[in-house]
Design a protein around this ligand. Structure first.
Ligand SMILES: [Zn+2]
Length: 163
């Protein structure tokens, strides 16, 4: 699928190649939060913008530890992630005026995970007609909003929602 407007993708391609697990790399490099799109860091997980968003504002909530099995996560970690999913949903509705929100995980390649080795929770805003819009213009997604602007807006609001 071709994306007409995807500055994140451009940056991703031009960055130094990340060796090993991308999500561990993000966790290990807090000084690059701005570049990598990290919205919030918690004790056991962090929230990052998806570099290949399905819709503008698509975030992921990722445990700090590397695992491909949610059943091996400490309950404390899982509960913290669940809380952040709930709060991220509220933020998308209020800040981006999302009319709906998809949340979910793809566990393992068989379930469609892009990065199967490190579990991650998707939280993405939806609007009525957004899929119709995508379909109607043929296999191409257009993002009229500035991704960096969304990131800055999320950052500015993070202390209000992630409490
Ligand atoms: Zn990892």
């Amino acid at each position: 699928m071709e994306r007409i407007y995807a500055p994140w993708r451009f940056e991703y391609v031009t960055e130094d190649k990340i060796e090993g697990c991308v999500f561990c790399h993000i966790y290990d490099n807090p000084n690059d939060d701005e570049k990598l799109g990290v919205v919030f860091r918690d004790e056991n997980c962090y929230i990052v913008m998806n570099k290949y968003p399905y819709s503008p504002g698509h975030m992921m909530i990722i445990p700090n530890i590397h695992t491909d099995k949610i059943e091996e996560l400490d309950d404390k970690v899982w509960l913290e992630m669940s809380l952040r999913v709930k709060q991220a949903t509220k933020m998308l509705k209020e800040v981006l005026k999302a009319e709906g929100v998809n949340i979910g995980m793809n566990l393992s390649k068989a379930a469609g995970a892009g990065i199967a080795e490190h579990v991650h929770y998707h939280v993405l805003p939806r609007w009525l007609g957004d899929t119709n819009f995508i379909t109607s213009i043929g296999n191409t997604r257009i993002y009229p909003v500035d991704f960096d602007k969304i990131y800055q807006t999320f950052k500015e609001n993070s202390s209000k929602y992630f409490i």
